[in-house]
Ligand binder design. Structure first.
Ligand code: SF4
Length: 210
């Protein structure tokens, strides 16, 4: 099968438990919770998206004919270093496209494969790191993994119920919006109130990274 990728680039992971780690980001085109068009935002399930995932026209993006071509491109972005190869599959919603062939092709090139998903589609079983970021109003079916990363505040999110889900790390990340300061204060207040959660900041934005 072919894969539609908005962009691909080498950077440092900015968020979550792996923050600061060198990584190739593969941003898949398309999401099942918003079309990506501003005209549809008000009626979308997910309305606070800060990511352009429409089309395949970003730097390093394109339509890759098969898993081998996509994995080769990821390796090219990584460069010569053979140590600790790390790729982050994100979107959009990556689980609309991630499949056996792609996970196997990335593993064959020595990558540890991480994925960041909204959790409405079961995660591929052979991923090395599963990060789920639930969106209020959607049905999260993937309730286990490595990190649960909840953007905050999100009216309608049942934080207490999520604490029973099977994740190694529970992260609260302030919503990046016009009310950023209030959102940060709300996230800090939640962590002070519920010690299961830890604060995650978007370090790549603070550092001017992609
Ligand atoms: S689920 Fe993620 S990619 Fe999809 S619209 Fe929401 S924030 Fe954007």
């Amino acid at each position: 099968m072919s894969y539609a990728v908005k962009e691909m680039f080498l950077t440092l992971q900015g968020e979550g438990v792996n923050a600061g780690r060198r990584a190739v980001f593969v941003r898949f085109a398309g999401c099942n919770l918003w079309s990506g068009r501003e005209a549809d935002r008000a009626t979308a399930v997910c309305r606070f998206c800060d990511t352009d995932f429409v089309g395949t026209d970003g730097a390093g993006g394109g339509r890759f004919a098969d898993a081998q071509a996509l994995a080769d491109a990821a390796l090219e972005h990584w460069g010569a270093s053979e140590a600790d190869r790390f790729v982050v599959l994100t979107g959009g919603e990556p689980m609309l496209q991630v499949d056996d062939a792609l996970v196997d092709a990335l593993h064959a090139r020595g990558f540890a494969v991480a994925m960041e998903s909204n959790g409405t589609i079961p995660a591929h079983p052979r991923l090395d790191w599963v990060c789920i970021s639930p969106k209020a109003g959607s049905e999260v079916v993937q309730r286990s993994g490595d990190e649960l990363k909840l953007v905050w505040p999100q009216p309608g999110s049942d934080v207490a119920a999520m604490e029973d889900w099977d994740f190694a790390h529970f992260l609260i990340q302030p919503l990046d919006s016009a009310a950023a300061e209030a959102n940060r204060d709300a996230a800090i207040a939640l962590v002070l109130d519920r010690p299961k959660w830890r604060l995650s900041l978007q370090a790549h934005k603070l550092l001017g990274l992609r």
